[in-house]
Design a protein around this ligand. Structure first.
Ligand code: GLU
Length: 576
């Protein structure tokens, strides 16, 4: 989404509207020109990649309020160049103490309709974003939270120009935004969708950011903001006359106060001599991508006819999703058999399940237990179908001149989260807890203090210890295939990053049909694949990837979508 601060429309802003930029120094790619500008501003002030990433994220909380913000959570992957080390910061939302495996069942014991789960207090996880930002800055940044929030405070106060994507997303949420007085007041000024070209300000959010700037995360997790979150979840601000069944949640101040971000080791794997770092559980993103790449490593994709390579890509993804759906959940609750799943020997065995044709319907998960270093875990879950997951979320990628890199995906789950703005504070709450599986028992079943399984996949690729690529995307479970396909496009097909991310996407997630975008279904490859049993389910667009490629000549290329979601914004400090 391209946006411009209404008061700041000058040449630099226009340059930031471009989706690809190559040069030296630091670089940033986000879905939004103002967020990219904030990252570049902080880099220019001497901040590092972590400082710049948080600054950009805070701006996205203003300009992309339906996709992300302080009412949600996320996963940040950080490469610390001096220490040659990758760390991840899990600030995923967590279920409150009151949560139970049957929380989403109605009085008759049957699951309540999905739409009613989304627009409820029940689906709100304790937000992790603010603690994540603070941990990131405290451990790995060089500037204060107060300092890096400045660009976002400015954008929230001065406003941004409403574009077609923002208007369309508001329109798509019209009915449920009308359910809540606070949401109506903020996002439907005068009762209707803000006009394209009008200026949208969020003074409440500016004030909330100012509270965080002076009080740090305590100003969010305790005191008036925490109380307002609890009130909103437990007594949603339903507008008079609304007949929809809006369920109350049960979150306490203690749930808020005890929220912790987790510093976790990333998932490390290898692919044709590259080292890949991904986000580990509770995100299934890193392990599922590693699993699929291990399967693909058995074929020489670069020399095969393209339709054969794509068939293998689709089938590897199908098998990886079968395992993801069966085994993965919050590692603090479940012993997922990761060492088995990610072993090259398991991939050798599992590869035998890839046939010449697409199978009819879902495939069963494999058995990783014989390949576990610790074969003690007895749980052998059944195959699970793929659930509907949101298509909201945003990803940003930043590098600084010292080669520190941040690959950061964060979200409020559905586009528009649970549709409740916290009254007086200017941000939407998440519905992240709808990411739990309703099936019980299951590694991803709802439990108190548990983090729902995610698909978010911030990823970093290295060769011989040097960065090659940083990338990630929104898109619910399609995030995994978007990142996987882009890796294949770059590492196997040799596409430059801008072409790799603009290419039509194919997303196979162990279902009968494969989602595609960009008109893929009309190509000769699609026809050849259809003859092998592949069935297409076209979508208007899949994902909104941002990336930075570290080129062999020492330059960097920052890249965002040329068209998806209205196009993104890339910049480098010193353009070539
Ligand atoms: N809730 C999803 C996840 O964690 C992200 C939602 C989205 O990308 O739309 O995987």
């Amino acid at each position: 989404m391209k946006k411009y601060a209404s008061l700041l429309l000058f040449c630099a802003g226009l340059a930031l509207a471009q989706p690809t930029a190559t040069g030296t120094g630091g670089a940033a790619a986000t879905v939004d020109a103002l967020a990219t500008r904030a990252a570049m501003e902080i880099l220019a002030q001497g901040g590092n990649a972590v400082d710049a990433a948080v600054a950009a994220a805070a701006v996205l909380g203003v300009t992309e309020p339906y996709s992300c913000g302080i009412g949600g959570g996320g996963f940040m992957l950080v490469y610390l160049a001096k220490e040659s080390r990758v760390v991840s910061i899990d600030h995923r939302e967590v279920a409150p103490a009151s949560f139970t495996p049957t929380v989403f069942n109605g009085p008759d014991g049957r699951p309540i309709p999905f739409a009613e789960r989304v627009n409820s207090g029940l689906s709100v996880g304790v937000p992790g974003t603010v603690r994540g930002w603070e941990e990131a800055l405290r451990r790995y940044g060089t500037l204060s939270l107060g300092r890096v929030l400045q660009p976002a405070i400015r954008v929230a106060q001065q406003g941004f120009t409403v574009d077609a994507t923002f208007a369309a997303q508001t329109q798509a949420n019209l009915e449920r935004f009308r359910y809540f007085t606070s949401t109506r007041d903020l996002f439907l000024p005068g009762g209707s969708v803000p006009a394209v070209g009008s200026t949208f300000k969020n003074p409440d959010l500016a004030r909330t950011y100012l509270l965080l700037a002076s009080g740090g995360s305590r100003a969010f997790y305790t005191g008036p903001v925490a109380q307002a979150i609890v009130n909103t979840v437990n007594n949603p601000p339903v507008a008079p006359g609304v007949s929809a069944n809006i369920r109350k949640g049960n979150v306490t101040l203690a749930d808020l106060e005890s929220y912790e971000a987790r510093i976790r080791p990333p998932v490390q794997s290898s692919y044709r001599g590259y080292t890949i770092y991904g986000m580990g559980l509770p995100s299934s993103g890193g392990p599922t991508i590693a699993l699929a790449l291990n399967l693909l490593e058995g074929y020489n994709l670069s020399t095969l006819p393209r339709e054969r390579a794509l068939h293998l890509y689709l089938e590897a993804s199908r098998l990886a999703f079968a395992d993801r759906n069966a085994y993965m959940g919050d590692p603090e609750f479940v012993d997922a058999p990761l060492s088995g799943l990610l072993s090259k020997k398991y991939a050798e065995e599992r590869r035998k399940a890839i046939g010449e044709r697409a199978p009819e319907g879902a495939v069963r998960p494999g058995d990783p237990y014989p390949f576990q270093q610790d074969p003690s875990t007895p749980l052998r879950p059944q195959a699970q179908g793929t659930r509907r997951e949101g298509e909201s979320t945003t990803h940003l990628t930043v590098a600084d001149k010292e080669d520190n890199i941040v690959s950061y995906t964060f979200t409020i789950e559905s586009t528009g989260g649970n549709a409740m703005v916290v009254p007086g504070y200017g941000f939407l709450l998440n519905n992240e807890l709808t990411d739990f599986d309703a099936t019980v028992p299951h590694p991803n079943s709802p439990e108190a203090f548990k983090r729902p399984r995610s698909s978010m996949s911030p990823t970093l690729v290295f060769r011989d210890g040097k960065p090659v690529l940083a990338l990630g995307s929104p898109g619910g479970a399609t995030i995994i295939t978007t990142v996987l396909q882009t890796l294949v496009n770059v590492l196997d097909f040799g596409l430059p990053i801008d072409q790799a991310l603009a290419a039509p996407r194919l997303s196979q997630r162990n279902t009968q049909t494969t989602n595609v975008d960009g008109g893929f279904e009309r190509t000769p490859e699609a026809q050849a694949l259809a003859a092998l049993g592949h069935r297409w389910a076209p979508l208007a667009e899949i994902g909104a990837l941002t990336a930075i490629a570290f080129n062999p000549d020492g330059t960097l290329t920052a890249a965002a979508e040329p068209t998806r979601r209205g196009g993104g914004s890339a910049a480098v400090e010193r353009p070539r």
